[in-house]
Design a protein around this ligand. Structure first.
Ligand SMILES: Nc1nc2c(c(=O)[nH]1)N[C@H]1C(S)=C(S)[C@@H](COP(=O)(O)OP(=O)(O)OC[C@H]3O[C@@H](n4cnc5c(=O)[nH]c(N)nc54)[C@H](O)[C@@H]3O)O[C@H]1N2
Ligand SMILES: Nc1nc2c(c(=O)[nH]1)N[C@H]1C(S)=C(S)[C@@H](COP(=O)(O)OP(=O)(O)OC[C@H]3O[C@@H](n4cnc5c(=O)[nH]c(N)nc54)[C@H](O)[C@@H]3O)O[C@H]1N2
Ligand SMILES: [Mo]
Length: 553
């Protein structure tokens, strides 16, 4: 799977958005698509209207389930057990794609052995589905002509996130659902340009296009282009290690560009404490926010509508963005600020436009060599696009050609979340997003319309739990974890099953990251935002709505 892993590691969709409406079976696991990717959700609905079968696996009754032929409601953090059991049933019934496995894969025996430990009766105890439901899911996926799998953070934001992703890939390889249209393994990327950021090498161990910094040839190529004698092969630091390093004094200065970490990192107290240790905190942002409170220097940047450049979307499509309005005050484009700082630090990179920067990227990145501003003037191009005569790539691994040779099974074993409910903290809290708001709210909470529609945070509590704890819909309660407590209004709703609560991190008055657990996947260092243990308490002080900290700006 190295080739597959390279793209999955890059987190790109193997297939394209345009193929979604023709999927005969869509398997959506851990993605609240209607609220977080509404445009892609409408393609999924179109597929359903065309006769496609939509299968959703999500612990919550999300809006997409209204369109689903079947909604499976596994427990939070149980996906490996569920999918291993599904593969157990697929193999037991002979539904796996024997030709594909024989000719194009490696490691089938190891996978078969690994999933032997997950008969439905046993997996059922972990994931909370009936054994018959697991068999039913296996039959739907195993007997389909092809299946497209879509996943998002319900899969990745666990300490087992990497293994969760590998398990999704194992399933699709087992069924031969790779390298063809309207199939594949499709992580739906988050921000408008998170794909672009990763593609540009904003990761600790790669240059542009996932060229490894450990490779001496690659380092030589970049050093030459940048007129340097050599480039270091040390791997960059991942976020959790940075924050720990601040506390221990190893990290003295931090430069944040476009991240409101006080709100978005797990365990807010730890985040703030870490920032307070810094000698220098620089924040480059378009607005003052909870993090600029701790900054020594704030650099005002332009927003998307005030800048020129490219964004790369979830289907690997590089698209032009053009400046539509003039930036206010002293705000400058992000690249201009970085260029200016480098100049003052003694290294003039000499950039004068975003196109000039793109040209350098293109020349140094084989997978994007054929993408020029001229060619994407009207319509973006999808990488890989190696040269100017190449039309771009809709779906990866066509003709079963994998960069590593054969697709490799990478079996994984289920492990529970780090924090599971106990007598003191009896609920699972899973966190995420709402349609009306964007992340830490710096942008959407400045929009009167969104604030009218969804003005405050609500913690989702099941009707059964609310009745037992005598919690009324709309009543303020306290949500308490080992890391902090949050006062928040209860939304009594069957969107969550008994024992599960859900909160977003959009509102500073009641942010789930006060509660979330700062434990991380060992490979990616992604936090376990999707599972921690909490208890609910009645709020003794009956105060007004919006009782949290007041905004100072
Ligand atoms: N409106 C809006 N849209 C957004 C964003 C936003 O802030 N607001 N942010 C963007 C970004 S950066 C991202 S990364 C994406 C995220 O997109 P999503 O991942 O769709 O967003 P989340 O709200 O985190 O939803 C995760 C889903 O996983 C489910 N889940 C939780 N735990 C588990 C589990 O253990 N197993 C399974 N199978 N499912 C589980 C939750 O119930 C939820 O439905 O959204 C993007 N789109
Ligand atoms: N509990 C919980 N926490 C989570 C998650 C979760 O599911 N649950 N999801 C995680 C995920 S997937 C993500 S992506 C993160 C998001 O976390 P963040 O990236 O910290 O959240 P944003 O609110 O998007 O903050 C981005 C900042 O960038 C600024 N900004 C916007 N445009 C520009 C620009 O063009 N230039 C510059 N310089 N700044 C700009 C905004 O004003 C804002 O302050 O949150 C993570 N945190
Ligand atoms: Mo994200």
């Amino acid at each position: 799977m190295a080739g597959l892993a390279a793209t999955l590691g890059a987190g790109a969709m193997s297939n394209s958005i345009g193929e979604i409406e023709n999927c005969p079976v869509l398997f959506v696991i851990g993605s609240n698509t209607t609220e977080t990717h509404p445009v892609i959700a409408s393609c999924m609905k179109r597929a359903v209207r065309k006769g496609g079968q939509l299968i959703v696996a999500d612990p919550r009754k999300i809006a997409l389930t209204r369109w689903a032929a079947r909604h499976f409601q596994p427990k939070v953090g149980s996906d490996i057990a569920l999918l291993n059991s599904v593969m157990y049933e697929i193999i037991r019934n002979g539904w796996h794609n024997k030709d594909f496995i024989e000719n194009y894969t490696e490691g089938f025996e190891e996978l078969r052995k690994a999933v032997e430990d997950y008969p439905p009766e046993l997996a059922s105890k972990i994931c909370g589905l009936a054994p018959e439901e697991i068999t039913e899911l296996a039959r739907i996926l195993g007997t389909a002509e092809r299946v497209a799998l879509f996943y998002t953070l319900g899969i990745t934001e666990h300490v087992t996130g990497t293994d969760n992703v590998k398990t999704c890939a194992n399933l699709q390889i087992l069924l031969g659902n790779i390298g063809k249209e309207s199939a594949g393994v499709n992580p739906l990327r988050g921000q408008n340009n998170v794909q672009g950021a990763c593609d540009m090498g904003v990761l600790p161990d790669v240059f542009t296009g996932y060229q490894k910094s450990a490779n001496p040839e690659v380092r030589k190529k970049f050093a030459k282009a940048w007129n340097m004698d050599s480039l270091t092969d040390t791997e960059g630091t991942k976020i959790p290690a940075m924050f720990d390093g601040m506390v221990h004094g190893d990290v003295r200065a931090l430069y944040l560009a476009g991240e409101n970490v006080v709100m978005s990192e797990p365990n807010q107290e730890h985040t703030i404490n870490s920032l307070k240790h810094l000698d220098l905190l620089i924040v480059q942002d378009i607005f003052p926010n909870e993090t600029t409170e701790y900054a020594h220097v704030v650099l005002p940047a332009t927003c998307f509508a005030e800048a020129d450049g490219t964004f790369t979307n979830t289907e690997r499509r590089v698209q032009r963005v053009r400046k539509a309005v003039e930036p206010p005050g002293q705000a400058r484009e992000d690249w201009w600020i970085v260029n200016g700082i480098a100049k003052r630090m003694g290294r003039d990179m000499g950039y004068t436009s975003s196109e000039q920067i793109w040209e350098e990227i293109r020349q140094l990145t084989p997978s994007m060599g054929g993408i020029t501003y001229g060619r994407i003037e009207r319509q973006g191009l999808q990488w890989p696009c190696p040269d100017s005569s190449h039309a771009g790539t809709c779906f990866l691994y066509c003709d079963n050609v994998f960069p590593c040779g054969k697709a490799q099974f990478r079996p994984a074993q289920w492990r529970p979340a780090v924090e599971t409910p106990d007598a003191e903290y009896p609920f699972v809290l899973t966190t995420g997003r709402r349609l009306w708001h964007y992340h830490t709210g710096t942008q959407t909470r400045r929009s009167a319309g969104f604030e009218d529609i969804f003005p405050e945070e609500l913690i989702e509590v099941s009707p059964q739990d609310a009745e037992r704890l005598k919690i009324d819909n709309g009543e303020f309660i306290m949500a308490v974890s080992r890391r902090g407590r949050v006062r928040v209004k209860a939304w009594v709703t069957d969107r969550v099953p008994q024992g599960l609560c859900f909160m977003s991190f959009h509102f500073h008055e009641a942010c789930s990251n006060v509660l979330a657990n700062n434990v991380f996947d060992p490979v990616t260092a992604t936090a376990e935002y999707k599972a921690c243990a909490i208890r609910l308490e009645k709020d003794k002080i009956k105060t007004q709505r919006h009782g949290g900290t007041e905004k100072k700006w």
